[in-house]
Design a protein around this ligand. Sequence first.
Ligand SMILES: NC(=O)C1=CN([C@@H]2O[C@H](COP(=O)(O)OP(=O)(O)OC[C@H]3O[C@@H](n4cnc5c(N)ncnc54)[C@H](OP(=O)(O)O)[C@@H]3O)[C@@H](O)[C@H]2O)C=CC1
Ligand SMILES: O=C(O)C1=N[C@H](C(=O)O)C[C@H](O)C1
Length: 239
Amino acid sequence: MNESNPPVRVLIHGVTGRMGQALLRLAAERDDIVVVAAVSRSQPSQRVVDGVPHFAAAELPGVPPFDVAIDFSLPQGFDAILDLCAHRGAALVSGTTGLEDAQRHALDSAAGRIALLWAANFSLGVAVLSELVERAAAALPGWDCDIVESHHVHKKDAPSGTALALGASAEQGGAQPRYASLRAGDIVGEHLVQFAAPGERIELVHRATNRDIFARGALHAAARLAAKAPGQYRLRDLL
Ligand SMILES: NC(=O)C1=CN([C@@H]2O[C@H](COP(=O)(O)OP(=O)(O)OC[C@H]3O[C@@H](n4cnc5c(N)ncnc54)[C@H](OP(=O)(O)O)[C@@H]3O)[C@@H](O)[C@H]2O)C=CC1
Ligand SMILES: O=C(O)C1=N[C@H](C(=O)O)C[C@H](O)C1
């Protein structure tokens, strides 16, 4: 880090969650990012943790200045962080899944004012899988296409955001995907895309075994997005 590039000031939204905790831990290892605020739905048990001020969702309007928010919360929390970023002119990286259509439209319109990246999955492996799925679908017209996703028992939305994004890639290639969801134990995230025809089957699988991969991808994107002009960006634009 040289003196002309001060660290990007980050707000973590959903800090008490599985992803929020990984983001906080991994952000501390980087010198291009400084976490200036951390927000959860409920009142924090400690006001400052390791030098980072913590806030409840109701206190969001009063958080200190930040360059980019990283949001891994729930759909109920999404509107408030999008509004705050738009109001403050700050960038937003969001991985929150299960958003309503109206929330996706709000993202599209906010892109006129701020730099935005929403991605259903921040792993490099899923980005590559997505391209493979589109190619396979295009090469296998008329084959059955089924997407099976498995996650931990605490996950609320189904099908997962990643399954729906892989389904969109399959549709791009001409397939008509069906979905199945499993919730079991502590599975971090598995996605199987199966193409089947009489007498043969192709299976493309991604298995995430550690959610640090998602957190690293989101932190990397946030560090780059902070300097971007308003607009909607894809993960691959920021690699
Ligand atoms: N795109 C990707 O690569 C990935 C996306 N995800 C998605 O990220 C999201 C979070 O996942 P995970 O960490 O497992 O979830 P958790 O349930 O563990 O954490 C949710 C977090 O959001 C907070 N929260 C809930 N409601 C609100 C609200 N109204 N306002 C502000 N904060 C709120 C919770 O606070 P409190 O503790 O106070 O309730 C908590 O900090 C999910 O949508 C999941 O699907 C997950 C992994 C990867
Ligand atoms: O909730 C999770 O855990 C995950 N959610 C994302 C999704 O809905 O696809 C990404 C990953 O699979 C983990």
